[in-house]
Design a protein around this ligand. Structure first.
Ligand code: PAF
Length: 281
């Protein structure tokens, strides 16, 4: 496995492989890797000739009071894991390589970025759209793998790729969960033992929503209220949102007349967690 940190080296390698008709899979990450990330890498390895992973904690997607400074950085461990998972190349750029002095060009994200996460994390998707577009330029892969855990991120990236005619396929991949249902996340490392239990509140609230839909409830407001109740009852201390929205457009719905997804962002202690589930339809 090669590890490179300059844009020139990374581009040259991927360009060379593409010219040799290799199918290249890309797994962009911010490091602090867990089984969710490795499952993306393994999927890429099984579907592509060569897999490229990136590790870069992207400053432009963090708000001024968010956790950029304390985001876990575990490079040695990550590289070991990526090697075992079968990555051929890892791109580990410095901040100045991607955001040189004078940097001021951003991708204006699609309108779908303004709701939900966009309300609570203003500027987040502008940073995501910008970094992902830059990575797609530097590492011209055939297909990029993203986890469904960041559901709105996936919808935003798909829209950016379509709107800007970027020549890359976006492959969504299932969320990987702990045995008890907690969605894997690099931010789970922030949780104390007690908070780890309370973090299950998101999974429980999604179970409640699914059960209600399965039993025939189709009034969105009732299901959203029930999710909120469960979140607080099982340990969340603040809810940013617990919504049921159109699975494709993330548009608001009042009754369940088309495929929809339940999306939650809530705090457990000072840790902000997100999770989601497609509802049976
Ligand atoms: O999902 C993430 O880890 C990040 O948002 C991404 C896509 C790597 C961009 O920094």
């Amino acid at each position: 496995m090669k590890v490179v940190s300059t844009v020139a080296e990374a581009y040259a390698l991927v360009d060379h492989w593409r010219r040799g008709s290799m199918r290249i899979g890309l797994v962009p990450t911010m490091g602090a890797l867990h089984e969710g990330h490795y499952s993306l890498v393994r999927r890429s390895v099984s579907e592509c000739d060569l897999t490229v992973a990136t590790i870069f904690v992207n400053p432009t997607q963090f708000g001024p009071h968010e956790d950029f400074g304390k985001y876990p950085r575990t490079l040695d461990e990550d590289l070991e894991g990526l090697k075992s998972a079968g990555a051929a190349l890892v791109f580990t750029p410095s901040q100045s390589a991607l955001y040189p002095e004078g940097f001021s060009t951003f991708i204006e994200p699609p309108s779908i970025a303004a709701i939900l996460e966009g309300v609570h994390r203003p500027g987040h998707f502008r940073g995501v759209a910008t970094i992902v577009t830059k990575l797609f330029q530097i590492l011209p892969a055939n297909v990029a793998y993203f986890g469904l855990k960041d559901y709105q991120q996936l919808v935003v990236i798909r829209r950016v790729v379509e709107d800007l005619n970027l020549p890359i396929l976006i492959q969504p991949c299932e969320t990987v969960r702990e045995r008890d249902g907690l969605a894997m996340s690099s931010r789970n490392r922030y949780l104390s033992e007690l908070e780890r239990l309370a973090a299950l509140s998101l999974h429980r609230a999604l179970n409640v929503a699914e059960k209600m839909v399965t039993r025939g409830c189709c009034v969105v407001a009732e299901i959203e209220q029930a999710m909120e109740k469960e979140l607080y009852a099982s340990g969340a201390n603040h809810i940013d949102y617990a919504r049921l929205v159109d699975a494709e457009t993330l548009a608001t719905m009042t009754s369940l007349t088309q495929p929809c997804v339940a999306l939650i962002a809530a705090f457990v202690g000072s840790t902000r967690l997100i999770d989601n589930r497609l509802m049976p339809y």
